[in-house]
Design a protein. Structure first.
Lengths: 181, 419
């Protein structure tokens, strides 16, 4: 898993719970890397699982809720760090379609070792889009958070429903329906 | 329980570790980039070398083909869509008598005579612009005005977008072949005429045979020889050679071929009468009714002394000659005009030669001199002189026809009694 996901995660924890809480979290997680993450590095996914589990215990919040919140947070980081991927899209649907077709292709060129989820998209109607998330990381709620924040970015209102196709969460169907309330 | 200071210390150590890791990652990435760049430079160098090599090859090829095109025996020009000449090889310049500076930028159509051929070129060119290649015979005008026959093959030229931007024409000089063809055709006709004469001799008895030697090759001579050698009722009949030449050698040759006498054109009635007297005594002293005189000094163009020398008081003979001249002129003058239009030199020469005596025997000496000049100019390939001589003749042509017609009618009606 890319280092950026770890560094941004710890950043978010520190923003919400402070320096001491974050240091203790890292210490108690007893990570092989010692938590010395750099955004350009690559680290074991298991470390993220450990951090999430521990955070869930400490905050008494379920892991999916934490992942979804992290999705919201990370999208805002993307807005700041990678605006070029958002400039080319004029709507949330166009952007979501471009993840698989364009953005992940470019990321792969920059980081050949990156393991990225697949996001196949299908336009169901002018106002609804289906996205199939496929990843061994089983981080559907994280994807949900990112999708929701992208709608905010494009000033669009929509309902995002999530449904496991594979029971273990490795394949997830998102249905995004625009609302005009 | 860790103190805040201890936690800070830990954070610092972790950050240092992370920084070092990032640095080593960046370094290896930099190395990768450096290597990739080196490979790209190498590749670029190879490509440049290849491009240079191919360019040199192209230049060499172009030089080779240019030399080939310049030295080949076939004329070649390239024209744009507006028929302007862009390129002409050495052979074409030689063929047409122009320098390269004169020819480049010139409208290729000005090299063609302005008649049906010119129109043909336009249609062929349009066809070529519609991307069709073609081959046809055509006439071109040399810088000095003479006509040149060529076999022309045209091919369209395309730009890189595949659009037709002009055409390339290949010109093969066939003037010599054409001349040869025409001579052969003439020889065939003459041979037929000669054969006809020989055939008639087998059917009918003649008193005297006049043999025109002014046929190319040896047909006049051969016809005489055939009459002498083949079994026919005219074996012993006198044959008199007629020719424009007064050369002793021709005279002797005529005798060698079994002819009895020789007359050089123009022939005067006295000469003819003398000769006929020699072979047919009944003709001697033949008299014609004399008609009353009518002054004809108003007809300024007639060369009266010449007419008098030719016809004396024999108005009937004069009328016959005038009618003959008229029919010959009416038949041949349109053909002459067409031949001059397309600068067909051999035909111009032949017609001028043929009608010259007809014009002379009706007393238009000056006009016949123009025809003589026309004949000479076409023989010398001098286009400008041909145009000039024909122009002089053409100016008086219709007046001449009117006068001849009038003269003949006047004799018939008895208005003219003597010359």
């Amino acid at each position: 898993m890319k280092g950026l996901v770890f560094t941004e995660f710890l950043e978010m924890v520190e923003q919400q719970h402070g320096f001491v809480f974050t240091e203790k979290l890292i210490d108690e997680a007893d990570l092989p890397s010692g938590g010395a993450y750099t955004s350009v590095g690559t680290y074991d996914h298991a470390e993220m699982v450990k951090l999430l589990t521990l955070l869930s215990e400490k905050t008494d919040l379920p892991i999916p809720a934490l992942l979804r919140a992290y999705g919201h947070y990370l999208f805002r980081t993307f807005e700041r760090s990678y605006p070029q991927f958002l400039e080319n899209a004029d709507s949330a649907f166009a952007f979501l379609k471009s993840i698989d077709e364009h953005i992940h292709v470019e990321v792969k060129k920059l980081y050949p070792d990156a393991e990225l989820p697949a996001f196949s998209s299908k336009r169901l109607s002018p106002d609804s889009l289906e996205l199939i998330y496929t990843s061994e990381r089983k981080m559907g709620p994280f994807a949900q958070g990112l999708i929701e924040q992208s709608l905010v970015f494009f000033y669009e209102k929509a309902r995002v429903s999530m449904e496991n196709i594979q029971a273990d969460g490795s394949v997830v169907r998102f249905t995004i329906e625009k609302t005009f309330a | 329980m860790s103190t805040r200071e201890e936690l800070l210390e830990k954070r610092l150590q972790r950050e240092i570790k992370a920084r070092k890791e990032a640095e080593s990652l960046l370094e290896s990435k930099t190395l990768e980039l450096y290597q990739a760049n080196k490979e790209l430079l190498h590749l670029n160098h190879q490509l440049e070398k290849q491009v240079d090599f191919r360019n040199n090859q192209l230049i060499q090829n172009e030089l080779k083909y240019n030399t080939l095109i310049d030295n080949m025996d076939i004329g070649l020009i390239e024209v744009d869509k507006e028929h302007r000449i862009l390129k002409a090889n050495g052979s074409f310049l030689k063929l047409m008598g122009y320098t390269e500076d004169e020819l480049l930028g010139m409208d290729a159509r000005t090299l063609m005579p302005s008649n049906e051929f010119g129109e043909r070129i336009n249609s062929e060119n349009d066809q070529r612009l519609e991307s069709l290649s073609n081959i046809y015979e055509n006439c071109l005008i040399h810088k000095d005005g003479r006509g040149i026959w060529v076999l022309l093959s045209g091919t369209p030229v395309y730009n890189t977008e595949g659009e037709v931007v002009g055409s390339i024409g290949i010109y093969f000089d066939i003037t010599y072949t054409k001349d040869l063809q025409r001579k052969l055709e003439q020889a065939r006709k003459d041979a037929e005429e000669a054969r006809e004469a020989v055939d008639k001799c087998a059917e009918e008895v003649y008193t005297v045979i006049f043999m025109d030697l002014q046929m190319p090759e040896m047909n006049g001579y051969e016809a005489a020889l055939a009459i002498r050698n083949q079994e026919n009722p005219n074996c012993e009949v006198p044959i008199i050679a007629l020719t424009a030449s007064a050369i002793q050698a021709d005279r002797e040759r005529a005798f060698q071929y079994g002819m009895n006498d020789f007359l050089s054109k123009p022939i005067t009635p006295t000469q003819l009468s003398d000769l006929l007297g020699k072979y047919w005594s009944d003709t001697v002293g033949m008299t014609q009714p004399v008609v009353e005189k009518k002054p004809s000094s108003g007809h300024l163009s007639f060369d009266l002394p010449v007419l008098r020398e030719f016809y004396g008081d024999d108005l009937e003979y004069a009328k016959e000659m005038f009618d003959l001249s008229l029919s010959e002129s009416e038949k041949s003058l349109p053909a002459l005009e067409r031949a001059v239009d397309r600068m067909d030199r051999p035909t111009i020469k032949a017609i001028a030669h043929r009608i010259k005596p007809s014009v002379r025997m009706v007393g238009f000496t000056r006009l016949s001199d123009h025809l003589q000049n026309l004949e000479r100019a076409s023989e010398a390939d001098d286009g400008a002189k041909v145009t000039e001589a024909y122009g002089h003749f053409r100016k008086h042509q219709s007046t001449m026809l009117c006068l001849v017609k009038e003269f003949s009618q006047d004799i018939e009606s008895g208005t003219i009694t003597h010359i």
